[in-house]
Design a protein around this ligand. Structure first.
Ligand code: B3K
Ligand code: ZN
Length: 876
């Protein structure tokens, strides 16, 4: 089929006002009777047929206004049901379909997860339940009756509020009716039926309405749902306080299931979650797991306004809900934890995932203009870069201007299926500004490259910054226009304090933010009596690749003194990265590796600064990943050389800083019971980072410390961190530790996933055989996305030397897995295949092997549209 294009958008010809669903759950033959109240759309084409999407549905009966339709009145194909000449007036269609939830391995539509019936409809899963105009701009009010064997599914849930429930007379079945008063697109539909335990709490909204909150989990797991409940209540309060958004139903339910294609889903009033992002206990979850749970609970909850009350006109507008909602969850976590540390970890994620996407064959705009398979556009670009674009709006307009724009958006578009233009117009209108050029952030793909050089004019007591922006060509976009780049800056004086910024007339700079809008532009500041060090793109105000002519000495100065914590972190990272690029070149040439004196000095200063937040220090001590270095090198990448350079750097840093690292390790020894709060997590992160860096030295003492850390840990964060250190740096202790860990947690799939993922990441040639062996382990299941992502996803995404083995065996393993998985779960297969996104930047041998693997996938007959799309663009 041809791609879907943004420019081809047409309003729907028919609208649906109400949907009544009667769903009779059965393991292999669930029956869905849908009653749709349809009417012609005055904005649609006159006299059009009714075309309803369908996918793998078995149609049992069809009636119009209560009268069965003659076989000549409609046509059914594998993808649609068309009523050829319907009366052009309001009418009711009754459609009866049967589906097999047990055979639904795609995990889209109605399926079963460990026996629980659940649904996933975004993006186009509702058409796998009944025939329907499956597009986000058809909004209807839903009433759902769910019926099942009481024994099999004592819990029956739907969207909205509960209306009634009871026994089905004379049978072993029961039912529940749910009604959702808020019109919604069908992708937000959900139902659940199963044997589940729950925890409940009440939440009273800002205007005093009581909401019954419920979290449903597999029997026996309620104790692990408490943190998610706490995060939910905090999210609800925060959204009232920060965005004025109040919850709008009597109940809010979350259900955790074990088989899920992504993180979670924001179905109206009935969020369904991957249980990985709900279940947590000190013994089974790490600090990072707790932080993820908090963020994803918040994210899905925040969709209630940004996504549900205001939805998307079409799937091209996906960033309208996702980018905005990621921005909102990032802000929530920043308020709940440390703002600078949250910003640092968000930017690391952006650079680690989105920058490579934007630099490779899968690059696409935040708002794509065409797609073949929409599920392939739930990407780091739409989500993470989409959030950066919203953040830039806030930087440009200021806190109040941003809030005014948001208020207008929430007010003006409540109940709408909106577009990016609608969104931007609210900010433009509320602030009296023109955002035409800014809108290019949604349309142009690729990461802008910004080059800055600074010059202090001693005689004129002024400082001048010359800024050049370029945007590299990306697939389908060879010519680019200049972007609006809000570059937050400071000029740091010799005493380490920020100097007052007095922009010269004509310099486009306000509140410390340079407004870069031209290909080249200069900014001049007056009354600069001493030579400053410029601190550029503070807080990572713009998602750009910045390069400057700054000396190592200046970077060291910033690493010690910058008042902007992000740039303090970033200065040391820049030093580390340039060292690693140089060392990688040396390693490839077989030359001696350079000494990392500057980095050791920067990290040493950070360690010595007792005033810093431990969580920040932990981030600042982290050595850029191998993927970071590969991205920085950009072409002709040799992962083995990078690994060698990075391992040597870690050893050198370890040796040089051992006393300080040991002292901090000892200082942060745990006291008291485990608590997942941010401050405690920060101390653990710092202590564990010290443990890891010390172990990188490879001394007997440092490995014994790691072993003791593992043996005495009383929580998963410490236990798993020590296990990782042992697995990566202590081959002799590795197997016993892995075995002990597995023995202890063998009944706990989410913990076993950590064990799988860790083994997949070991940077040794045996990793491949180990991964292959683990696919036959009793704990592994190809049908469960969490297992597959843990083992195969970690191998492809987090083990660059072994995935990119020069003999091609790593590429082949992932390609084989993709081909195999595609037959069951195309979304999962496509996601895995996207691990090849940077293949063109590899050195020629590995590039040839990656290309061969991709071609082998491409030539496989019967590929899904999902994999066909990814492989086509990857090779394109
Ligand atoms: N909106 C869902 C993602 C759906 C993915 C469909 N392939 C979760 C989220 O972003 O909140
Ligand atoms: Zn989302």
């Amino acid at each position: 089929p041809p791609p879907v294009r943004l420019g081809d958008y047409q309003p729907p010809d028919w609208l649906v006002d109400t949907v009544h669903l009667d769903v009779r759950l059965h393991p292999t033959a669930s029956r869905i009777i849908a009653r749709l109240a349809l009417r012609p759309n005055p904005e649609g084409r006159e006299g059009s047929p009714i075309v309803l999407d369908g996918d793998e549905l078995s149609l049992k009966s069809l009636a119009l206004d209560g009268v069965p339709l003659a076989g000549t009145a409609y046509v059914v194909t594998p993808t649609a049901l068309t009523l050829l000449a319907p009366p052009q007036r309001a009418l009711t269609l009754e459609i009866e379909t049967v589906v097999n939830p047990s055979a639904n391995t795609k995990l889209m539509g109605l399926y079963r997860s460990s026996g629980t019936y659940c649904t996933q409809c975004e993006a186009e899963g509702f058409r796998r339940i009944t025939f329907f105009p499956d597009r986000p701009d058809v909004l209807a009010v839903y009433t759902t009756r769910v019926e099942a064997e009481r024994e099999e599914a004592p819990v029956l849930l739907g969207n909205g509020n509960p209306v009634e429930s009871g026994a089905v007379e004379g049978t072993s079945r029961h039912y529940a009716v749910w009604h959702d008063p808020w019109p919604k697109p069908c992708y937000l539909f959900a139902l659940v039926g199963g044997r589940l335990d729950r925890i409940t709490e009440d939440f009273v909204t800002a205007t005093g309405k009581r909401v019954a909150l419920g979290i449903y989990v597999e029997p026996g797991k309620t104790e692990r749902a408490g943190y998610a409940m706490d995060a939910l209540k905090r999210s609800m309060r925060w959204d009232e306080e920060v965005f004025g958004c109040e919850y709008d139903l009597d109940v809010f339910n979350i259900v955790a299931v074990a088989d899920f294609n992504m993180g979670a889903m924001e179905n109206k009033g009935l969020n369904i979650f991957n249980d990985k992002y709900v279940l947590a206990s000190p013994q089974t979850a790490t600090d990072a797991d707790y932080a993820n749970i908090e963020a994803i609970i918040a994210h899905e909850y925040f969709h209630n306004w940004t996504g549900n009350r205001i939805t998307c006109r079409d799937w091209f507008q996906l960033c309208l809900k996702e980018g905005l909602t990621v921005f909102r969850d990032q802000e929530f976590s920043a308020d709940a934890r440390s703002r600078p540390v949250k910003r640092i970890s968000d930017v690391r994620l952006l650079k680690g995932h989105q920058f490579p996407e934007d630099a490779g064959p899968l690059a696409h705009p935040v708002r794509p203009d065409s797609y073949r398979e929409i599920n392939n556009f739930y990407t780091a670009t739409v989500y993470e870069k989409g959030a950066e674009v919203v953040r830039m709006l806030k930087t440009l307009l200021g806190d109040e201007g941003f809030r005014a724009g948001m208020d207008l958006y929430l007010d003006r578009h409540d109940g709408d299926a909106a577009t990016v233009e609608d969104f931007l117009a609210c900010f433009a209108d509320a602030n009296g500004v023109d955002l035409t050029q800014f809108a290019l952030w949604y349309a142009q793909s690729g990461t802008p490259q910004v080059t800055v050089s600074g010059r202090w004019d001693e005689a004129g007591r002024s400082y001048r910054l010359d800024v050049v922006q370029t945007l590299p060509p990306t697939p389908g976009q060879s010519e680019k226009l200049p972007m609006v780049i809000p570059l937050a800056i400071g000029l740091v004086g010799p005493d380490g304090a920020d100097m007052a910024l007095t922009p010269d007339d004509g310099s486009n700079a306000e509140r410390g933010v340079l407004l870069v809008t031209q290909p080249r532009q200069s900014f001049v500041f007056r009354d600069i009596a001493e030579r400053p060090v410029p601190s550029l793109n503070r807080g990572f105000s713009a998602p750009v690749k910045l390069s400057s002519d700054m000396s190592t000495a200046d970077l060291l100065f910033l690493a010690r003194h910058d008042s902007d914590p992000f740039n303090r972190f970033d200065a040391a990272q820049t030093i580390a990265l340039s060292h690693l690029v140089e060392a990688t070149a040396a390693a490839r040439a077989g030359a001696a590796l350079p000494a990392p004196d500057a980095l050791v000095a920067a990290l040493g200063a950070t360690l010595d600064d007792g005033a810093l937040d431990p969580a920040f220090v932990a981030q600042a001590l982290s050595i850029p990943s191998e993927t970071d270095v590969a991205r920085e090198i950009g072409e002709d990448v040799d992962p083995d050389a990078i690994h060698l350079a990075r391992t040597a750097l870690r050893r050198a840093v370890s040796g040089a800083l051992a006393p300080a690292l040991e002292a901090i390790y000892a200082h942060h020894a745990p006291s008291g019971a485990y608590s997942p709060d941010a401050a405690s997590a920060g101390r653990r992160a710092l202590r564990n980072t010290c443990l890891d860096l010390l172990a990188a030295g490879g001394t007997a003492g440092s490995l014994a410390r790691a072993q003791a850390h593992f043996d005495t840990a009383d929580n998963m964060t410490d236990r798993f961190f020590a296990l990782s250190v042992l697995a990566h740096t202590a081959p002799l202790a590795r197997e016993a530790a892995l075995a002990a860990f597995h023995e202890r947690f063998r009944e706990d799939p989410l913990v076993v996933d950590k064990w799988l993922a860790l083994q997949a990441q070991i940077a040794e040639p045996q990793a491949l055989e180990r991964v292959r062996g683990l696919t036959h382990h009793a704990a592994f299941a190809w049908s469960n996305p969490n297992r597959v992502r843990a083992l195969i996803g970690s191998f492809a995404g987090l083990n660059p030397t072994q995935f990119h083995r020069i003999d091609g065996a790593g590429h082949a393993l992932v390609a084989d897995a993709v081909i195999d998985i595609d037959g069951r779960n195309p979304q999962l297969a496509a996601r895995l295949l996207a691990a090849f996104k940077s293949w063109r930047s590899l050195e020629p041998m590995r590039r040839a092997s990656a290309e061969a693997a991709l071609r082998r996938v491409a030539e496989k007959p019967g590929l899904s549209p999902d994999v066909t799309d990814i492989v086509g663009r990857s090779l394109g």
